[in-house]
Ligand binder design. Structure first.
Ligand code: FE2
Ligand code: FE2
Length: 301
């Protein structure tokens, strides 16, 4: 159970600031700044820059079960979870239809240039691939959102599921950012790849959502393979098994002495869950249904 303390009186204090410069206002302003400082900032625990809020917007102060202050604004305790490591990592959807085969071979063909570029630099590879992996959920979620608005109908929870996936992938990226810093040309590559991939996936999802979800299912199968290779390199000692980043410890409820190996294991389990969700979504379409007809697997980690 996590506790949220609402910050009271801030709106009043800020509104007073409009025209009065009395002692009370200064006190309220100081209070606002102090609360902002103690509440941390979006970037994480190390950035303590204070921002005075004229609009009375203040995040509620959150504490952990042990009473210590929650350090992250980029995610909150109720978004964290313990990864389900019992998931079958070897599950594979055998492509049978033409579109399934197209999705499968498109993903497979993308693997060769990726292997060539990164070779055995799995930390860097993971970080770069997460910048791509976080796109489909956002695009699919956005398109389902627009469809829900256009048709005046519910989404069956699928918008949230896809946005949750995008958020989860972005957390993978934030985690790997802590252990592998991108070089300038890698940043440039991400910029280019995002420009191409976002638009390609957007079009693919408009034309054939079942193929788009199937392709993501296969992309996730490849991600599981990459993380398994990452683990092998860690076990061989070719990659140093450094301490797990603090962000990962809090996000996946890892023990304080967790290592990079533990992080890779939970991330790989996440990818297996994404694989299942996307193949399931594609299967729904293949069976002639719409996503909203099948309850979305919300909170499936
Ligand atoms: Fe990921
Ligand atoms: Fe994934």
């Amino acid at each position: 159970m996590f506790i949220r303390f609402p910050v009271l009186g801030v709106r009043n204090g800020s509104t007073v600031a409009l025209g009065e410069k009395d002692h009370d206002h200064q006190q309220a302003q100081t209070q606002t700044q102090t609360q902002t400082q103690t509440g941390g900032t979006a970037g994480g625990p190390d950035n303590h820059q204070a921002i005075a809020s004229y609009w009375g917007i203040q995040p509620s102060k959150v504490t952990k079960e042990d009473g210590t202050e929650w350090r992250w604004n980029c995610f909150r305790p109720w978004e964290t979870y313990k990864a389900d490591l019992s998931i079958d990592l070897k599950k594979h959807h055998a492509p049978t239809t033409f579109l399934d085969k197209l999705a499968y071979w498109t993903v497979k063909s993308l693997r060769y240039p990726t292997d060539l570029f990164f070779q055995r630099r799995y930390g860097c590879r993971a970080m770069m691939l997460e910048t791509v992996a976080a796109v489909p959920g956002m695009v699919g979620g956005m398109l389902l959102h627009c469809k829900s608005l256009r048709r005046f109908e519910q989404s069956g929870g699928w918008i949230k599921v896809l946005l949750e996936e995008a958020e989860n992938e972005r957390m993978h990226l934030m985690t790997f950012m802590e252990v592998a810093k991108p070089k300038w040309y890698e940043r440039a590559l991400v910029f280019t790849v995002q420009g191409v991939f976002f638009n390609a996936y957007f079009l693919a999802y408009l034309i054939s959502p079942k193929t788009a979800h199937r392709a993501v299912g296969y992309l996730e199968e490849e991600a599981i393979h990459s993380y398994t290779e990452f683990l092998k390199e860690l076990d061989k000692g070719n990659i140093e098994n450094v301490a797990a980043p603090a962000i990962a410890i809090d996000y996946w409820h890892l023990p304080p002495d967790a290592t990079l190996r533990d992080v890779v294991i939970v991330v790989r389990a996440d990818e297996a869950h994404h694989r299942d969700v996307n193949h399931f979504a594609s299967d729904i379409h293949c069976q002639g249904h719409e996503l909203k007809e099948a309850p979305a697997p919300l909170g499936y980690h």
